[in-house]
Design a protein around this ligand. Sequence first.
Ligand code: DC
Length: 226
Amino acid sequence: MKPTRPFHQTPVITIDGPTASGKGTVAALVAATLGFHLLDSGALYRLTALASMSYDIDPADAEALAKLVGALHITFREGCAQLDGVDVSAEIRAEEVGNRASAIAVHPEVRKALIARQRAFRKLPGLVADGRDMGTVIFPDAPLKVFLTASVEARAARRYKQLIQKGFSANMEDLLRDLRERDTRDTNRSTAPLKPAADARTLDTSGLSVDQTVEQIIGWFNEIRV
Ligand code: DC
């Protein structure tokens, strides 16, 4: 019998969800627990956004942005994101860069240019991939797909704490407004909108600790692993 999907022996756990749902922290811990590689796909959009800002590229110019993606020299080393050999891990976390990333992520040309870079992370013994379209577009054959949600208030409170800890200034009202705007844009764009894959397991983390969330995902993975 012909398989309906190409067989891929490298397991992937996809973790998708809205901004500040805790995906990044949870994905890193799940990857560390299993000894898997980690793909923070949002960092790729943020790196593209940061580069577009330094080259003064109009966020509406899809063609120029896609060309830029092709020319970017990106490396991830020991948790640091480098652009042309310069560590920009802190810069890409700024709200301004996140908002720009969300704005340029609406372009199908930009998304397409980033596909191969994301799939290249799939290596043995396995991958944990975090983003918006990991389960729907980038790794549709992933054996475990998780969709993390949390109320906008819980997410704003987490983002506030995160920003203050990193030495950035933050204002709760602005954060709530930005999160709502970004949710609307990420959910309503026509290409690869933020939505759970049909076969994703949804987990609301509003009342869960990071450890409880990680435990649940590892539990699900152990259930399906042969
Ligand atoms: O996860 P994050 O906040 O670092 O992502 C920044 C932006 O990048 C997000 O608002 C939308 C975009 N993004 C995307 O469109 N698809 C992904 N897989 C990851 C991020």
